[in-house]
Design a protein around this ligand. Structure first.
Ligand SMILES: Nc1ncnc2c1ncn2[C@@H]1O[C@H](COP(=O)(O)OP(=O)(O)OP(=O)(O)O)[C@@H](O)[C@H]1O
Length: 459
C-alpha cells in the first residue's frame, strides 16, 4: 500500500507513563531532578518507573478498509485510538491522518451531562473540528437520526445509555468523517438502532476507513478486513480476521486454563489415520442422487476429507481422531443437501482416564464467523461418565443441515474435561472438516432454514 493511498499511517508509535509509588515522589522528580542536573551537572536517580502502554506500533489503513483492533483489558487499545484521534500525544512515533477522524469510543463519553442534547451536538462538533454554523445546518438531520424526541432538548444526564448512543452515533453520521473509530458498545443495545448503525457503517466502509475496537474476536471477524491483535502494548499478530481471531481465541482459552504455550501440543501426529479416512471417503455415498433434477438452486454441499493434521491445541489427555458426516443410517456422506437430516460424528481416543468429557463443535464460514455449534455437556450433565485410558469413543450430533450460501465452511471439533464454564481443553482441531456449498437459494443471510411450506393465500 503506498502512503498516498493510505488514509492512516501509524509509524512506530510508543506511549509510556511515569509511575510514582508515592505522591511525594512526583514532587521530588519535579523539583530535585532539574536542580541536581543544573547544580551538579549530572543526572540523579529517577523517582518513577516507566510503564510502556504502547511500544513501536506500526500499521497503515487504506480508504475502504475496516481494521479490527483486539486485545485483552489493558492491552493498549484505547491508548492507541486516543493517539490516532488526537486526544493523546505519543511519547515517540508519528501518526499521519489524511482526513477527519471521528471517534465514538465509550459512546458519548465526551458528552457533558449537564448540557442538553443540542448543546452537546455543538460541543461534539467543535471537538471534531466543525464550527457552530456548520453544525446548525446539520442539526435537523441529527435530531431525526437520533430519534429521541423531546429528550434532544433535555440535559444528557437524564438520558438512558441507549439514548446517549443514539445521539452520539447521529452526530458521527453527520460530520463527514473520513476515518471512524468505534468500539463494541455500538453492537449492543436497541436492535433496530444497531441495525441502522450497521447499515450506515456498511455504506461508509465503501470509501471510508473504520477502526473497530473490541475484546470479542467473533465481532471483528464479521466486520473487519484486517485485524491487529495488541498484547501488552505491542502488536502480537496482524492479518486476516479469521487467522488472527483464531490465534487470539486460542490464547484466551490457554490463559483461562493457566496453560503455557509450551504445554500446548501443537503438533498432532495422526498421519497414520489419514489412510482410514481416505478409505471412508472412497466408500461414501453421494446423497445428491436422491434429489436429482429437483431444482437448480438445490443446496449441494460437498464434504471434504477429515484433516487430522490441521492446526490444533490442547493438553492431549484425549485426541480427536475422526470427524465425519453421515446420513441417518450411518453411511458416511461425501455430498449432502442443505435441509436434510445428518449426523455429525466426532471420534475421540482417551490417552488417560477422562472424567466427564465434553465433546463439541463449531461450524464457521470462510471469514471465520461462527454459524452454529453445540456440545454434549447438557445431555450428560447429570450422568457421571468416565472413559478409561486407551478407549475410543465418539459423540454424535443429529440435526438438519441448514441451507448455506455458496462458499466454503469448516467444522472445528473440540474435546474438553470439566463443565461448560470451567473446563480444560484437551484437543481443539481448527477446520478439521471443510465443506463447500456449490449452489444455494440463500444469498443475503449467513444461513437459511429449511421451510416446511411456503404459500401465498389470496382472500
Ligand atoms: N494515564 C495513565 N497512567 C498510567 N498508566 C496508564 C494511563 N492510561 C493508561 N494506562 C495503562 O496503559 C495500559 C493500556 O491501557 P488502555 O486503556 O489503552 O488498554 P485497553 O486495551 O484499552 O484496555 P480496556 O480493554 O480495558 O479498555 C493499561 O495497563 C493502563 O493501566
Amino acid at each position: 500500500m503506498s502512503s498516498s493511498s493510505s488514509s492512516l499511517i501509524v509509524a512506530l508509535v510508543s506511549k509510556s507513563y511515569h509511575i510514582y509509588k508515592k505522591p511525594v515522589d512526583r514532587l521530588k522528580q519535579l523539583l530535585l531532578s532539574p536542580l541536581y542536573e543544573v547544580c551538579l551537572k549530572r543526572r540523579v536517580k529517577q523517582y518513577f518507573t516507566e510503564f510502556h502502554a504502547l511500544s513501536d506500533v506500526s500499521f497503515k489503513a487504506a480508504r475502504g478498509e475496516t481494521i479490527g483492533i483486539i486485545g485483552a483489558n489493558g492491552a493498549g487499545k484505547s491508548t492507541l485510538l486516543q493517539i490516532i484521534s488526537g486526544t493523546l500525544s505519543p511519547t515517540s512515533g508519528t501518526v499521519e491522518v489524511n482526513g477527519r477522524v471521528a471517534a465514538l469510543l465509550e459512546l458519548g463519553s465526551s458528552f457533558d451531562p449537564e448540557f442538553t442534547g443540542i448543546e452537546n451536538v455543538y460541543l461534539y462538533g467543535a471537538i471534531l473540528g466543525l464550527d457552530r454554523r456548520e453544525m446548525t445546518k446539520r442539526l435537523d438531520k441529527i435530531c431525526k437520526y437520533a430519534d429521541i424526541g423531546e429528550y434532544f432538548h433535555q440535559p444528557v444526564k437524564m438520558y438512558s445509555s441507549g439514548m446517549v448512543m443514539r445521539l452520539a452515533f447521529a452526530v458521527i453520521v453527520h460530520v463527514d468523517a473520513d476515518i471512524l473509530i468505534i468500539d463494541e458498545a455500538l453492537t449492543v443495545g436497541d436492535a433496530f438502532f444497531v441495525q441502522k448503525c450497521m447499515r450506515f457503517l456498511r455504506d461508509f466502509r465503501k470509501n471510508g476507513t473504520v477502526l473497530f475496537v473490541s475484546h470479542d474476536a467473533a465481532a471483528v471477524v464479521s466486520l473487519c478486513s484486517h485485524v491487529i491483535w495488541l498484547q501488552d502494548g505491542r502488536i502480537k499478530m496482524q492479518g486476516s480476521p479469521k487467522l488472527v481471531s483464531e490465534a487470539y481465541l486460542e490464547m484466551q482459552v490457554m490463559k483461562s486454563q493457566n496453560i503455557s504455550e509450551e504445554q500446548m501440543n501443537r503438533q498432532p501426529s495422526l498421519g497414520d489415520r489419514t489412510s482410514e479416512s481416505q478409505k471412508q471417503q472412497e466408500q461414501a455415498r453421494d446423497m445428491r442422487l436422491d434429489f436429482i433434477n429437483r431444482s437448480n438452486l438445490r443446496n449441494d454441499i460437498e464434504l471434504f476429507q477429515f484433516q487430522p493434521d490441521s492446526l490444533s491445541f490442547g493438553q492431549r489427555m484425549a485426541s480427536i481422531v475422526n470427524v465425519s458426516m453421515t446420513d441417518e443410517a450411518g453411511c458416511v456422506l461425501r455430498w449432502v443437501v442443505g435441509g436434510e437430516k445428518v449426523k455429525l460424528c466426532i471420534g475421540c481416543e482417551a490417552h488417560e482416564i477422562l472424567k466427564n468429557p465434553i465433546v463439541g463443535f463449531y461450524v464457521k464460514d470462510r471469514l471465520g464467523q461462527y454459524l452454529f455449534g453445540d456440545n454434549t455437556f447438557l445431555t450428560y450433565e447429570d450422568k457421571a461418565l468416565e472413559i478409561a485410558a486407551g478407549e475410543s469413543f465418539y459423540a454424535r450430533f443429529s440435526f438438519r443441515m441448514p441451507l448455506l450460501p455458496v462458499g466454503e465452511y469448516s467444522i472445528s471439533p473440540a474435546i474438553a474435561v470439566g463443565t461448560q464454564d470451567e473446563h480444560l481443553t484437551q484437543h481443539w482441531l481448527h477446520d478439521a472438516l471443510v465443506f463447500k456449498s456449490h449452489a444455494s437459494s440463500v444469498v443475503n443471510s449467513l444461513v437459511g432454514i429449511p421451510m416446511t411450506s411456503i404459500e401465498i393465500i389470496v382472500q
